[in-house]
Design a protein around this ligand. Structure first.
Ligand code: AMP
Length: 401
Protein backbone atom coordinates (compact mmCIF):
# COMPACT_ATOMS: atom_id res chain seq x y z
CA UNK A 1 0.00 0.00 0.00
CA UNK A 2 1.33 3.47 -0.93
CA UNK A 3 0.37 6.56 1.03
CA UNK A 4 0.90 10.12 -0.19
CA UNK A 5 1.40 12.66 2.62
CA UNK A 6 0.63 16.31 1.87
CA UNK A 7 1.44 19.39 3.93
CA UNK A 8 -0.29 22.25 2.14
CA UNK A 9 0.52 25.88 2.94
CA UNK A 10 -1.01 28.97 1.35
CA UNK A 11 1.69 29.25 -1.33
CA UNK A 12 3.57 25.99 -0.92
CA UNK A 13 2.97 22.29 -0.70
CA UNK A 14 5.26 19.52 0.56
CA UNK A 15 4.76 15.85 -0.23
CA UNK A 16 6.15 12.43 0.63
CA UNK A 17 5.14 9.10 -0.85
CA UNK A 18 5.55 6.09 1.45
CA UNK A 19 5.53 2.40 0.67
CA UNK A 20 3.89 1.06 3.83
CA UNK A 21 5.03 -2.50 3.23
CA UNK A 22 8.69 -1.79 3.87
CA UNK A 23 8.20 1.70 5.42
CA UNK A 24 10.37 3.27 2.70
CA UNK A 25 10.07 6.75 1.19
CA UNK A 26 9.51 6.36 -2.57
CA UNK A 27 9.68 10.08 -3.33
CA UNK A 28 9.41 13.46 -1.69
CA UNK A 29 9.41 17.06 -2.78
CA UNK A 30 7.74 20.42 -2.67
CA UNK A 31 6.04 23.05 -4.77
CA UNK A 32 6.90 26.63 -3.82
CA UNK A 33 5.53 29.99 -4.96
CA UNK A 34 2.06 28.64 -5.82
CA UNK A 35 0.09 31.51 -7.34
CA UNK A 36 3.03 32.75 -9.41
CA UNK A 37 4.24 32.30 -12.98
CA UNK A 38 7.59 31.14 -11.62
CA UNK A 39 6.50 28.42 -9.22
CA UNK A 40 9.21 25.88 -8.40
CA UNK A 41 8.66 22.13 -8.21
CA UNK A 42 11.42 20.13 -6.52
CA UNK A 43 11.00 16.38 -6.85
CA UNK A 44 13.29 13.83 -5.18
CA UNK A 45 12.52 10.29 -6.39
CA UNK A 46 14.30 7.62 -4.37
CA UNK A 47 17.40 6.33 -6.16
CA UNK A 48 17.05 8.85 -9.01
CA UNK A 49 18.29 12.38 -9.65
CA UNK A 50 16.54 15.35 -8.09
CA UNK A 51 14.36 17.38 -10.47
CA UNK A 52 13.80 21.17 -10.36
CA UNK A 53 11.19 22.72 -12.61
CA UNK A 54 9.99 26.30 -12.89
CA UNK A 55 6.53 26.80 -14.37
CA UNK A 56 3.28 28.70 -13.89
CA UNK A 57 1.28 27.13 -11.05
CA UNK A 58 -1.57 29.41 -10.08
CA UNK A 59 -3.42 27.23 -7.59
CA UNK A 60 -3.20 24.03 -5.54
CA UNK A 61 -5.11 21.78 -7.99
CA UNK A 62 -2.46 22.40 -10.64
CA UNK A 63 0.28 21.90 -8.03
CA UNK A 64 -1.11 18.48 -7.09
CA UNK A 65 -1.52 17.54 -10.76
CA UNK A 66 2.13 18.41 -11.41
CA UNK A 67 3.21 16.36 -8.40
CA UNK A 68 1.17 13.37 -9.60
CA UNK A 69 2.64 13.76 -13.11
CA UNK A 70 6.11 13.57 -11.59
CA UNK A 71 5.25 10.52 -9.47
CA UNK A 72 4.20 8.57 -12.59
CA UNK A 73 6.75 10.10 -14.98
CA UNK A 74 8.47 7.35 -17.04
CA UNK A 75 11.99 8.53 -16.07
CA UNK A 76 11.55 10.69 -12.96
CA UNK A 77 8.66 8.78 -11.43
CA UNK A 78 8.36 5.92 -8.97
CA UNK A 79 4.90 4.58 -9.88
CA UNK A 80 3.35 3.38 -13.14
CA UNK A 81 -0.02 4.91 -12.39
CA UNK A 82 -1.67 7.15 -9.78
CA UNK A 83 -4.00 4.20 -9.10
CA UNK A 84 -1.07 2.86 -7.05
CA UNK A 85 -1.68 5.63 -4.49
CA UNK A 86 -4.05 4.00 -2.02
CA UNK A 87 -4.75 6.96 0.25
CA UNK A 88 -3.66 10.54 0.93
CA UNK A 89 -2.93 11.95 4.40
CA UNK A 90 -2.94 15.68 5.14
CA UNK A 91 -1.30 17.56 7.95
CA UNK A 92 -3.85 19.93 9.50
CA UNK A 93 -2.65 22.41 12.11
CA UNK A 94 -5.85 23.00 14.08
CA UNK A 95 -8.42 20.42 15.04
CA UNK A 96 -9.88 22.48 17.91
CA UNK A 97 -11.80 20.41 20.42
CA UNK A 98 -13.56 18.48 17.67
CA UNK A 99 -10.73 16.17 16.65
CA UNK A 100 -9.02 14.04 19.28
CA UNK A 101 -7.46 11.73 16.69
CA UNK A 102 -6.94 11.44 12.94
CA UNK A 103 -10.04 10.88 10.78
CA UNK A 104 -11.02 10.14 7.20
CA UNK A 105 -12.21 13.17 5.26
CA UNK A 106 -15.94 13.45 4.60
CA UNK A 107 -18.35 16.37 4.25
CA UNK A 108 -18.79 16.74 8.05
CA UNK A 109 -15.04 16.77 8.61
CA UNK A 110 -14.51 19.41 5.93
CA UNK A 111 -17.27 21.55 7.43
CA UNK A 112 -15.66 21.29 10.86
CA UNK A 113 -12.17 22.18 9.60
CA UNK A 114 -13.71 25.26 7.93
CA UNK A 115 -15.46 26.17 11.18
CA UNK A 116 -12.01 26.22 12.79
CA UNK A 117 -10.58 28.76 10.31
CA UNK A 118 -10.91 31.39 13.04
CA UNK A 119 -8.47 29.55 15.30
CA UNK A 120 -5.83 29.00 12.59
CA UNK A 121 -6.48 31.62 9.91
CA UNK A 122 -3.11 31.16 8.23
CA UNK A 123 -3.08 27.36 8.20
CA UNK A 124 -6.48 25.65 8.05
CA UNK A 125 -7.68 27.44 4.86
CA UNK A 126 -4.49 26.31 3.09
CA UNK A 127 -5.01 22.71 4.25
CA UNK A 128 -8.53 22.83 2.83
CA UNK A 129 -7.09 23.93 -0.52
CA UNK A 130 -4.83 20.85 -0.40
CA UNK A 131 -7.77 18.54 0.36
CA UNK A 132 -9.88 20.04 -2.46
CA UNK A 133 -6.93 19.79 -4.87
CA UNK A 134 -6.49 16.07 -4.16
CA UNK A 135 -10.23 15.55 -4.51
CA UNK A 136 -10.18 17.29 -7.90
CA UNK A 137 -7.31 15.13 -9.16
CA UNK A 138 -8.14 11.80 -7.50
CA UNK A 139 -11.85 11.84 -6.58
CA UNK A 140 -11.98 8.19 -5.51
CA UNK A 141 -8.94 8.06 -3.24
CA UNK A 142 -9.63 8.11 0.51
CA UNK A 143 -8.13 11.07 2.32
CA UNK A 144 -7.30 11.40 6.01
CA UNK A 145 -6.48 14.41 8.15
CA UNK A 146 -3.92 14.34 10.98
CA UNK A 147 -4.06 17.26 13.41
CA UNK A 148 -1.17 19.00 15.22
CA UNK A 149 -3.51 19.60 18.15
CA UNK A 150 -5.04 16.11 18.51
CA UNK A 151 -2.37 14.55 20.76
CA UNK A 152 -2.82 17.34 23.32
CA UNK A 153 -6.60 16.85 23.61
CA UNK A 154 -5.85 14.56 26.58
CA UNK A 155 -4.80 17.57 28.70
CA UNK A 156 -6.92 17.98 31.83
CA UNK A 157 -8.91 21.20 32.37
CA UNK A 158 -6.44 22.73 34.88
CA UNK A 159 -3.77 22.53 32.18
CA UNK A 160 -5.82 23.68 29.20
CA UNK A 161 -7.92 26.49 30.70
CA UNK A 162 -6.69 30.07 31.09
CA UNK A 163 -7.69 31.91 34.29
CA UNK A 164 -9.88 34.44 32.46
CA UNK A 165 -13.70 34.78 32.39
CA UNK A 166 -15.19 31.43 31.36
CA UNK A 167 -17.35 33.18 28.77
CA UNK A 168 -14.25 33.40 26.58
CA UNK A 169 -13.98 29.63 26.63
CA UNK A 170 -17.69 28.96 26.34
CA UNK A 171 -18.36 31.46 23.57
CA UNK A 172 -15.08 31.52 21.67
CA UNK A 173 -13.22 28.35 22.71
CA UNK A 174 -10.32 30.34 24.16
CA UNK A 175 -8.12 27.63 25.73
CA UNK A 176 -4.76 25.92 25.37
CA UNK A 177 -4.67 23.55 22.38
CA UNK A 178 -0.95 22.97 21.89
CA UNK A 179 0.77 22.11 18.62
CA UNK A 180 3.51 19.80 17.23
CA UNK A 181 1.34 16.98 18.63
CA UNK A 182 2.26 14.55 15.87
CA UNK A 183 5.94 15.04 16.69
CA UNK A 184 5.48 14.83 20.48
CA UNK A 185 3.53 11.60 20.02
CA UNK A 186 6.07 10.11 17.62
CA UNK A 187 9.11 10.78 19.81
CA UNK A 188 7.25 9.55 22.93
CA UNK A 189 6.58 6.21 21.25
CA UNK A 190 10.16 5.98 19.95
CA UNK A 191 11.53 6.87 23.37
CA UNK A 192 9.60 4.02 25.00
CA UNK A 193 10.82 1.59 22.32
CA UNK A 194 14.40 2.84 22.71
CA UNK A 195 14.28 2.48 26.49
CA UNK A 196 12.59 -0.92 26.20
CA UNK A 197 9.89 0.17 28.66
CA UNK A 198 6.09 0.39 28.30
CA UNK A 199 5.02 3.91 27.31
CA UNK A 200 2.12 3.61 29.81
CA UNK A 201 4.65 3.62 32.66
CA UNK A 202 6.80 6.56 31.54
CA UNK A 203 6.93 10.22 32.50
CA UNK A 204 8.50 12.06 29.56
CA UNK A 205 9.28 15.66 28.75
CA UNK A 206 9.45 15.93 24.98
CA UNK A 207 11.18 19.03 23.62
CA UNK A 208 10.38 19.80 19.97
CA UNK A 209 12.87 22.59 19.39
CA UNK A 210 12.85 23.81 15.81
CA UNK A 211 12.05 27.13 14.25
CA UNK A 212 8.85 26.88 16.27
CA UNK A 213 9.41 25.20 19.62
CA UNK A 214 7.29 23.50 22.25
CA UNK A 215 7.64 21.15 25.22
CA UNK A 216 5.13 18.55 26.31
CA UNK A 217 4.62 16.67 29.56
CA UNK A 218 3.73 13.13 28.44
CA UNK A 219 2.43 10.93 31.23
CA UNK A 220 1.79 7.30 30.37
CA UNK A 221 1.76 8.14 26.65
CA UNK A 222 -0.76 10.99 27.03
CA UNK A 223 -0.03 14.69 26.78
CA UNK A 224 -0.96 16.30 30.11
CA UNK A 225 0.50 19.74 29.38
CA UNK A 226 2.27 21.58 26.60
CA UNK A 227 3.88 24.97 26.25
CA UNK A 228 2.12 26.30 23.14
CA UNK A 229 -1.35 27.64 23.82
CA UNK A 230 -4.38 28.74 21.89
CA UNK A 231 -1.90 29.72 19.17
CA UNK A 232 1.72 28.67 18.54
CA UNK A 233 2.97 31.93 20.09
CA UNK A 234 2.91 30.93 23.76
CA UNK A 235 5.61 29.06 25.64
CA UNK A 236 9.26 28.81 24.74
CA UNK A 237 11.31 31.57 23.15
CA UNK A 238 11.63 30.71 19.44
CA UNK A 239 13.40 31.87 16.30
CA UNK A 240 11.17 34.88 15.71
CA UNK A 241 8.39 34.34 18.29
CA UNK A 242 8.51 35.77 21.79
CA UNK A 243 6.91 32.89 23.67
CA UNK A 244 5.64 33.73 27.17
CA UNK A 245 5.37 37.35 28.20
CA UNK A 246 3.28 39.54 30.51
CA UNK A 247 0.05 40.10 28.54
CA UNK A 248 -0.06 43.67 29.87
CA UNK A 249 2.94 44.40 27.61
CA UNK A 250 0.60 44.18 24.60
CA UNK A 251 -1.62 47.22 25.35
CA UNK A 252 1.36 49.05 26.89
CA UNK A 253 3.56 48.64 23.78
CA UNK A 254 0.63 49.41 21.47
CA UNK A 255 0.07 52.71 23.29
CA UNK A 256 3.70 53.75 23.57
CA UNK A 257 4.70 52.78 20.02
CA UNK A 258 1.35 53.60 18.38
CA UNK A 259 0.95 50.05 17.03
CA UNK A 260 -2.15 48.47 15.51
CA UNK A 261 -3.34 44.99 16.48
CA UNK A 262 -1.81 43.65 13.27
CA UNK A 263 1.50 45.33 13.99
CA UNK A 264 1.82 44.04 17.57
CA UNK A 265 0.87 40.56 16.40
CA UNK A 266 3.50 40.71 13.68
CA UNK A 267 6.08 41.98 16.20
CA UNK A 268 5.48 39.10 18.60
CA UNK A 269 5.28 36.41 15.90
CA UNK A 270 7.83 37.55 13.34
CA UNK A 271 10.20 40.04 14.93
CA UNK A 272 10.88 38.71 18.42
CA UNK A 273 12.69 35.70 19.87
CA UNK A 274 16.31 34.93 18.93
CA UNK A 275 16.11 37.40 16.05
CA UNK A 276 15.12 40.35 18.24
CA UNK A 277 17.56 39.73 21.08
CA UNK A 278 20.60 38.80 18.98
CA UNK A 279 19.95 41.31 16.21
CA UNK A 280 21.69 38.69 14.05
CA UNK A 281 19.43 35.82 13.07
CA UNK A 282 16.53 33.56 14.01
CA UNK A 283 18.65 30.57 13.02
CA UNK A 284 20.29 28.79 15.95
CA UNK A 285 23.32 27.81 13.82
CA UNK A 286 24.16 31.47 13.26
CA UNK A 287 23.52 32.29 16.92
CA UNK A 288 25.92 29.57 18.08
CA UNK A 289 28.57 30.74 15.58
CA UNK A 290 28.21 34.31 16.88
CA UNK A 291 28.39 33.13 20.51
CA UNK A 292 31.62 31.30 19.69
CA UNK A 293 32.95 34.48 18.05
CA UNK A 294 32.27 36.40 21.29
CA UNK A 295 29.13 38.33 20.30
CA UNK A 296 27.42 39.55 23.50
CA UNK A 297 23.91 39.92 22.07
CA UNK A 298 24.02 36.42 20.59
CA UNK A 299 25.14 35.11 23.98
CA UNK A 300 22.23 36.87 25.69
CA UNK A 301 19.78 35.46 23.11
CA UNK A 302 21.18 31.94 23.58
CA UNK A 303 21.10 32.22 27.39
CA UNK A 304 17.47 33.40 27.39
CA UNK A 305 16.45 30.64 24.98
CA UNK A 306 18.16 27.95 27.07
CA UNK A 307 16.94 29.33 30.40
CA UNK A 308 13.32 29.43 29.30
CA UNK A 309 13.53 25.85 28.00
CA UNK A 310 15.13 24.63 31.23
CA UNK A 311 12.39 26.31 33.30
CA UNK A 312 9.72 24.42 31.33
CA UNK A 313 11.47 21.10 31.90
CA UNK A 314 11.50 21.88 35.64
CA UNK A 315 7.83 22.87 35.53
CA UNK A 316 6.86 19.63 33.82
CA UNK A 317 8.82 17.60 36.36
CA UNK A 318 6.51 19.23 38.92
CA UNK A 319 3.43 18.67 36.71
CA UNK A 320 4.12 14.91 36.59
CA UNK A 321 5.77 14.55 40.01
CA UNK A 322 9.01 13.40 38.37
CA UNK A 323 10.54 12.55 35.01
CA UNK A 324 11.94 9.32 33.57
CA UNK A 325 13.34 10.82 30.39
CA UNK A 326 13.84 14.08 28.52
CA UNK A 327 13.66 13.84 24.73
CA UNK A 328 15.14 16.39 22.31
CA UNK A 329 13.89 16.60 18.73
CA UNK A 330 13.48 18.88 15.65
CA UNK A 331 16.08 21.13 13.97
CA UNK A 332 17.68 22.66 17.06
CA UNK A 333 16.95 19.78 19.46
CA UNK A 334 18.47 17.21 17.11
CA UNK A 335 21.47 19.27 16.07
CA UNK A 336 22.57 21.77 18.71
CA UNK A 337 25.07 20.06 20.98
CA UNK A 338 25.56 23.33 22.86
CA UNK A 339 21.87 23.79 23.71
CA UNK A 340 21.45 20.21 24.96
CA UNK A 341 24.67 20.44 26.99
CA UNK A 342 23.80 23.79 28.59
CA UNK A 343 20.29 22.65 29.52
CA UNK A 344 21.24 19.20 30.82
CA UNK A 345 24.28 20.24 32.83
CA UNK A 346 22.00 22.38 34.99
CA UNK A 347 19.43 19.66 35.63
CA UNK A 348 21.56 17.62 38.02
CA UNK A 349 19.02 18.33 40.78
CA UNK A 350 16.52 16.18 38.85
CA UNK A 351 19.01 13.35 38.55
CA UNK A 352 20.34 14.04 35.04
CA UNK A 353 23.89 12.79 34.52
CA UNK A 354 24.88 14.19 31.15
CA UNK A 355 27.29 12.32 28.83
CA UNK A 356 29.28 14.88 26.84
CA UNK A 357 30.86 12.36 24.55
CA UNK A 358 27.52 10.74 23.64
CA UNK A 359 26.13 14.24 23.02
CA UNK A 360 28.67 14.71 20.23
CA UNK A 361 28.15 11.31 18.55
CA UNK A 362 25.54 9.56 16.42
CA UNK A 363 23.82 12.43 14.62
CA UNK A 364 20.66 11.39 12.77
CA UNK A 365 19.92 8.37 14.96
CA UNK A 366 17.85 7.70 18.06
CA UNK A 367 20.40 7.89 20.88
CA UNK A 368 21.01 8.32 24.61
CA UNK A 369 23.06 11.31 25.76
CA UNK A 370 22.85 10.66 29.51
CA UNK A 371 25.38 8.46 31.33
CA UNK A 372 24.51 4.82 32.02
CA UNK A 373 22.69 4.74 35.35
CA UNK A 374 21.47 8.35 35.12
CA UNK A 375 18.24 8.59 37.13
CA UNK A 376 16.68 10.67 34.34
CA UNK A 377 17.56 9.49 30.84
CA UNK A 378 18.18 12.04 28.10
CA UNK A 379 17.50 11.01 24.50
CA UNK A 380 17.81 12.59 21.07
CA UNK A 381 15.19 11.24 18.66
CA UNK A 382 14.88 12.66 15.13
CA UNK A 383 11.24 13.44 14.55
CA UNK A 384 9.27 12.11 11.58
CA UNK A 385 5.87 13.75 11.39
CA UNK A 386 5.31 12.63 7.78
CA UNK A 387 5.72 8.99 8.77
CA UNK A 388 3.17 9.42 11.58
CA UNK A 389 0.70 10.96 9.12
CA UNK A 390 1.28 8.06 6.71
CA UNK A 391 0.80 5.53 9.51
CA UNK A 392 -2.50 7.02 10.70
CA UNK A 393 -3.74 7.37 7.11
CA UNK A 394 -2.83 3.76 6.38
CA UNK A 395 -4.70 2.54 9.48
CA UNK A 396 -7.81 4.57 8.59
CA UNK A 397 -7.72 3.61 4.90
CA UNK A 398 -7.54 -0.09 5.77
CA UNK A 399 -10.82 0.24 7.64
CA UNK A 400 -12.51 1.42 4.42
CA UNK A 401 -11.50 -1.77 2.55
P1 AMP B 1 12.86 22.84 12.11
O1 AMP B 1 11.82 23.88 12.32
O2 AMP B 1 12.66 21.61 12.95
O3 AMP B 1 13.12 22.53 10.66
O4 AMP B 1 14.23 23.46 12.65
C1 AMP B 1 14.82 24.58 12.06
C2 AMP B 1 15.85 25.15 13.01
O5 AMP B 1 16.86 24.15 13.27
C3 AMP B 1 16.58 26.35 12.44
O6 AMP B 1 16.40 27.48 13.27
C4 AMP B 1 18.03 25.93 12.42
O7 AMP B 1 18.87 26.93 12.85
C5 AMP B 1 18.10 24.81 13.44
N1 AMP B 1 19.27 23.97 13.17
C6 AMP B 1 19.49 23.17 12.13
N2 AMP B 1 20.75 22.63 12.22
C7 AMP B 1 21.31 23.12 13.35
C8 AMP B 1 22.58 22.97 14.00
N3 AMP B 1 23.52 22.19 13.49
N4 AMP B 1 22.80 23.65 15.14
C9 AMP B 1 21.84 24.45 15.65
N5 AMP B 1 20.64 24.63 15.11
C10 AMP B 1 20.37 23.99 13.95
Amino acid sequence: MNILVINAGSSSLKYQLFNMKDESVLAKGKVERIGMETAILTHEPSGKSEVHEVSEILEHTTAIRKVLDKLVHPQQGVLTSTAEIDAVGHRVVHGGESFKSSVLVNEDVKREIKRLFDLAPLHNPAHMLGIAAVEANMPDVPQAVVFDTAFHQSMPAPAYLYPVPMALYRKHKVRRYGFHGTSHKYVSERAAAFLGRPLEQLKLVTCHIGNGASCAAVLGGKSVDTSMGMTPLEGLMMGTRSGDLDPAIVPFAMGKEDLTLGEISSMLNKHSGLQAISGISSDMREIVEAVEAGDKNAKLAFDMYEYRLRKYIGAYAAAMNGIDAIVFTAGVGENSELLRKTVCEQLTFLGVEFDEEANRAGRGQDRRISKPGSKVEVLVIPTNEEWMIARDTYALAQKTN
